[in-house]
Write a protein that binds this ligand. Structure first.
Ligand code: OGA
Ligand code: MN
Length: 292
């Protein structure tokens, strides 16, 4: 059976059917997934029973995996999964939920702000592939916002104003927004800011989109508070409900999204329950700002 996609979001996001992601993908399947991603930016695949190796094999058939060893506060001794995975769970190595005050949990609160994965890296992410192993009894949705539609809806004056602007992104900036400041000097060095354009052109479709992320903490050449309120206005515009798709997870859902023209955020759930979500991330095509 061939891949079919039905739109489930307001202006983007599709549910994909007719494909078995547990088996190696044919060239035709790979092309169909990329084409579906170009059109919908977010694809939901349900009832796919994947172990870590199948999740990795699927990811590799779509692109190169971005390792996740230096992006969280888990030390090498504390990691639960191989560094090919971003461990988006709330679980420690023994599969126990982090205590409410655990520093790793508090750092992960940054995921509850709208963001684009790895916008804090010089070469930011292309796709993310997030798979649900265990979900809480309530809450824990993931929301996605369409940055193409948000860009298209800006007036011409705003489009002109933001063209060519460059922001600095760091996990230190996103965490500051949730009141998390407790970084060691080594962590601050590891999380030092990188530059990203504010308007991106999607290489496959040629469509422009806003490249927003809560990791952005300044606009080059602008006073910081002015940059931050300007960005807040853009976030408010870009996350209006008509641009947002809500993923209500079921176990064995796999969601693929294109970080180059969407933002997403995790929603709250009971802290004492297990939410086991594992993500692979694919490397983007290059920096968005040319080195100077
Ligand atoms: C991610 C992420 C949101 C969630 O995996 O990149 O931000 O709902 N996850 O866990
Ligand atoms: Mn994320």
């Amino acid at each position: 059976m061939a891949l079919t996609i039905k739109q489930i979001g307001p202006c983007f996001a599709g549910e994909a059917e007719g494909i078995d992601l547990t088996a190696p993908l044919s060239e035709g399947d790979v092309a169909a997934i990329h084409a579906g991603m170009n059109e919908h930016a977010v694809l939901v695949f349900r009832d796919q029973i994947l172990d870590n190796d199948q999740h990795l094999a699927l990811s590799r058939s779509l692109g190169e995996i971005e390792p996740a060893f230096d992006t969280s506060l888990r030390t090498p001794e504390e990691i639960r999964l191989s560094t090919n995975f971003a461990d988006v769970s709330n679980l420690d190595k023994e599969n126990q939920p982090f205590s409410r005050e655990d520093r790793r949990r508090l750092f992960s609160m940054g995921n509850r702000l709208w963001h684009s994965d790895s916008s804090f890296k010089t070469v930011p992410a292309k796709y993310s592939l997030l798979y649900a192993h265990k979900i809480p009894s309530k809450g824990g949705n993931t929301e996605f916002a369409d940055m193409r539609a948000a860009y298209d809806a800006l007036d011409d004056e705003m489009k002109e104003q933001i063209e060519g602007l460059v922001c600095e992104h760091s996990q230190v900036y996103s965490r500051a927004k949730v009141g998390f400041h407790e970084f060691s000097d080594a962590e601050r060095e590891r999380f030092k800011p990188v530059r990203q354009v504010l308007v991106r052109t999607h290489p496959e479709t040629g469509r422009k989109s806003l490249y927003l992320s809560s990791h952005a903490g300044s606009i080059l050449g602008w006073p910081i508070p002015e940059a931050n309120v300007f960005l807040l206005d853009l976030f408010e515009h870009a996350t209006q409900r008509q641009f947002v798709f809500v993923q209500k997870w079921r176990v064995h859902d796999l969601v693929i999204w294109d970080n180059r023209r969407t933002m997403h955020r995790a929603r709250p759930f009971p802290a004492e329950e297990r939410r086991d979500m594992r993500r692979t991330t694919l490397v983007g095509e290059g920096p968005t700002v040319q080195a100077i």
